[in-house]
Each structure stands twice: as C-alpha cells, then as structure tokens.
Write a protein that binds this ligand. Structure first.
Ligand code: HEC
Ligand code: HEC
Length: 209
C-alpha cells in the first residue's frame, strides 16, 4: 500500500513537470475579434455571401458564423499543411500567421444563429437514425459542445456531403473522421448531410456589415 502510494506521487510529480514544460512552450495567442474582422475582409467575398458556391465541383462555400474557434484554427492549419486538399483555400490560408488565424477564428465564432431549419434535398429522417454514432462528438443535433469538434447544424447540405466524401477519398486527411466514414455508403453520407443541415439554431453566414 505504501509502495503504490509513493508511486502515485512519483507519477503525479512527472506529470506536473511535463505540464510545466508544455506551458513553457508558450500558450497560443488569444484571438482578437476586432482584428479578425479586418483580416476577414479577403475571405468575405466568398464566406460572407449567402448561397455562394465553389465551382468545379459545384457546392456551397461553408458557413462559418458561430463555428467553434478551435475547430476553425484546426481547419485553417489543415489547408495550410495540405491535410485538406483545396487549392483555393490553401492559397487563402497559406500566408496567415498563428495570430491571424486566431483573430479570424474569434471573429467568425462570435456570430450567433437562431436560424430556422433549412430545406434539404436528402432524407433527414433516415439520416437521424444513422447519426447516433456521430452524436458523441458532434452533438445529437449537430450543435457540438466540444470545441474541437465542428458544429454541423445548419451547415450547407452539399458541403457536408462533399466533406464526408473527401474524408473517405483521402482528400481530407484526419484520422478520426477517416475511421468514421470508412464504412459509409453514398446513401448514408447523403442522409447524414441532410439530417445535420436541417437542424435548427445552427451555423450562419459570417456577414460583414
Ligand atoms: C474563393 C472563395 C474563398 C475565399 C476567398 C476563401 N474561402 Fe474559405 N473556403 C472556400 C471553400 C470553397 C471552402 C470549402 C473547401 C473544402 O471543400 O474543403 C472553404 C473552407 C473554409 C474553411 C473550412 C470550414 C469548415 O467547416 O471546415 C475555413 C475555416 C475557411 N474556408 C476560412 C477562410 C478564411 C479565413 C479565408 C480568408 C483568409 C477564406 N476562407 C477565403 C472558399 C473560399
Ligand atoms: C470521435 C469524434 C467524432 C465522431 C464520432 C464523428 N466525428 Fe465528424 N469530426 C470530428 C473531428 C475531430 C472533425 C474535424 C476533422 C478535421 O479537422 O478535418 C470532424 C469533422 C466532420 C465533418 C467536417 C465538418 C466541416 O465543417 O468541414 C463532418 C461533415 C463530420 N465530421 C461528420 C460526421 C458524421 C456524419 C459522423 C458520424 C457518422 C461523425 N462526423 C462522427 C470528430 C468526430
């Protein structure tokens, strides 16, 4: 008993030393939404226009308003690093500094939405049944409470479907989502996209006044 107690203190001691080293590496900069608003000007031409679409293939430019800041940071870094293959977003993200990314994330996250359900093409009822496995991370209605997991509620249906296809095809390289989509059929992805897109109080457009 004495032995295991002292081991506990040894392990706890190592952990606190490690935590100190991690902290010494520097906390990430805090995002400044006012600075982010200015920096978002170059992004607004696509992301602040309701219904704006990507060409070849044609699907909606994603809604960013109200998205979790930690996830926005991760997504922009993935475009920078090439873990997400999208030449336009790579070009837009490439020259952003860590501070720029955090400022922009803080700005777009500040939008709130009370959007009603968006009309969808796919079978949202079938999607709901298939979504139980997604709920642990993304929330039962796609409004996840964990900031590393993106909110999906109210996102464009065709964008969600494209994202799922890209994880499956390896055009988006994320170990968690790669595992999640591995066994999904085209029909499953369409149904899931319809379900999450049709949820209320979801994402909105980061519209600049
Ligand atoms: C020419 C249009 C265009 C411009 C300009 C643009 N984007 Fe994008 N953005 C897109 C498209 C299209 C996607 C979806 C890419 C994909 O399928 O992965 C996207 C995706 C994103 C995502 C991922 C969203 C998610 O839910 O994962 C973020 C974050 C983002 N853009 C931020 C920005 C920022 C910040 C800027 C400005 C520095 C910017 N974008 C400029 C078109 C644009
Ligand atoms: C274990 C946690 C977890 C589970 C379970 C999970 N996801 Fe995800 N999901 C993530 C993470 C983390 C990301 C961000 C990945 C990245 O950075 O590209 C993500 C990203 C996504 C995206 C991209 C969102 C965007 O804005 O581009 C979609 C769509 C998605 N998940 C749908 C689903 C669906 C549908 C399911 C169930 C079949 C599911 N996820 C299950 C963690 C999870």
């Amino acid at each position: 008993m004495i032995r295991s107690t002292s081991w506990y203190f040894v392990v706890a001691g190592i952990c606190s030393v490690l935590a100190g080293i991690v902290r010494a590496g520097g906390d990430p900069p805090t995002g400044d939404p006012a600075a982010g608003k200015n920096k978002f000007a170059t992004c607004a031409g696509c992301h602040a226009i309701p219904g704006y679409t990507n060409a070849y293939p044609n699907y909606h430019v994603p809604r960013l308003g109200g998205q979790h800041p930690d996830y926005i940071v991760a997504a922009l870094k993935a475009y920078q690093a090439g873990d997400r293959s999208h030449p336009t977003m790579h070009a837009n993200a490439f020259s952003l500094s860590e501070q720029d990314i955090r400022d922009i994330a803080a700005y777009v996250a500040g939008f709130t939405s009370t959007a009603p359900a968006q009309p969808v093409q796919g079978d949202a009822v079938a999607g709901k049944t298939k979504s139980t496995v997604c709920a642990a991370c993304h929330g039962p209605d796609g409004n996840s409470s964990i900031t590393l997991y993106p909110r999906l509620a109210g996102q464009y249906e065709d964008y969600l479907r494209k994202a799922l296809q890209d994880y499956q095809a390896g055009k988006r390289n994320n170990p968690i989502m790669k595992g999640m989509v591995a066994t999904l059929s085209e029909q499953d992805m369409a149904d899931l996209a319809a379900f999450f897109a049709s949820q209320v109080n979801g994402l909105g457009i980061a519209q600049q006044p």
